[in-house]
Design a protein around this ligand. Structure first.
Ligand SMILES: [Zn+2]
Length: 253
């Protein structure tokens, strides 16, 4: 009997390792679940339907945003997985939880309904600017590329506002100044906002990301820190927010 239990336990362990290996293999090789792939510059785009040419234009705009940041690497090759019928985005959603998109290792994965021509991705009536979403997720890939898996989130447990705020900072480079952003934040906070804040282009973001973005914008643009320095800095989030608001009240007009 003991021998039987040992035998079946061993079989179960081998099966689990096999399934886990298979899952990791699929996650790192999206081509297995897509009908088509197209290449442009450092990007390989995986898709089921015909690719809208506007999508390539969006990727070129993403490159311009990424080049403005200190983590940019011109040699990093990225995969972009579109949600147009493949099971792949659903698989990533099962593993990572619901989101507009995900960025990890060298993979950018999109959820929702994309409109590349009008430059947005929509979920349940909420729209995220497509160029800025791609730049956000690509920035996570740059973080992985610079710091490695063990020193990136979720493993490294970097404060969420530094991890997500930097991705928003790079992605929203062309948006308003910090003073205008804080004013907008204060206005929206006093409304029934459902945790969502809109930009002028009728797309938006979730409020925790917006607040994280403001803190990173304050640290990098006003405090003149580098992102590397910000990661090492021990200032508490609440203390930094108080400092930022004191700066805002002294400088708003
Ligand atoms: Zn993110």
């Amino acid at each position: 009997m003991k021998k039987q239990i040992k035998k079946w336990s061993l079989r179960l362990i081998v099966t689990c390792i096999f399934i886990l290996g298979l899952l990791i293999g699929i996650v790192l090789n999206p081509i297995l679940l897509y009908a088509h792939s197209s290449a442009d510059g450092n990007y390989t785009i995986y898709h089921q339907q015909q690719l809208n040419p506007s999508f390539i234009t969006r990727l070129h705009d993403v490159d311009k945003l990424l080049q403005s940041g200190e983590l940019y690497s011109g040699s990093l090759k990225l995969s972009v997985c579109i949600n147009d019928g493949s099971y792949y985005p659903k698989l990533i959603q099962t593993i990572r939880g619901a989101a507009f998109g995900w960025g990890f290792d060298k993979e950018i994965v999109l959820a929702g309904n994309m409109n590349a021509a009008c430059n947005y991705l929509e979920i349940n009536g909420y729209r995220w600017n497509l160029t800025e979403l791609l730049a956000h997720e690509a920035t996570h890939c740059l973080q992985f590329n610079k710091y490695g898996l063990l020193h990136s989130n979720p493993v490294a447990q970097i404060p969420e506002w530094k991890w997500e705020g930097y991705a928003e900072y790079i992605a929203r480079k062309n948006k308003a100044t910090l003073i205008k952003n804080i004013t907008h934040m204060l206005e929206v906070e006093n409304t029934d906002n459902n945790n969502w804040i809109d930009f002028d282009d009728s797309t938006g973001t979730v409020i925790p990301y917006y607040k994280s973005w403001l803190l990173v914008q304050y640290s990098l643009d006003i405090r003149k820190m580098r992102y590397d320095q910000l990661l090492k800095d021990n200032t508490e989030e609440s203390a930094l927010r108080n400092e930022m608001m004191a700066w805002y009240n002294a400088n708003k007009r």
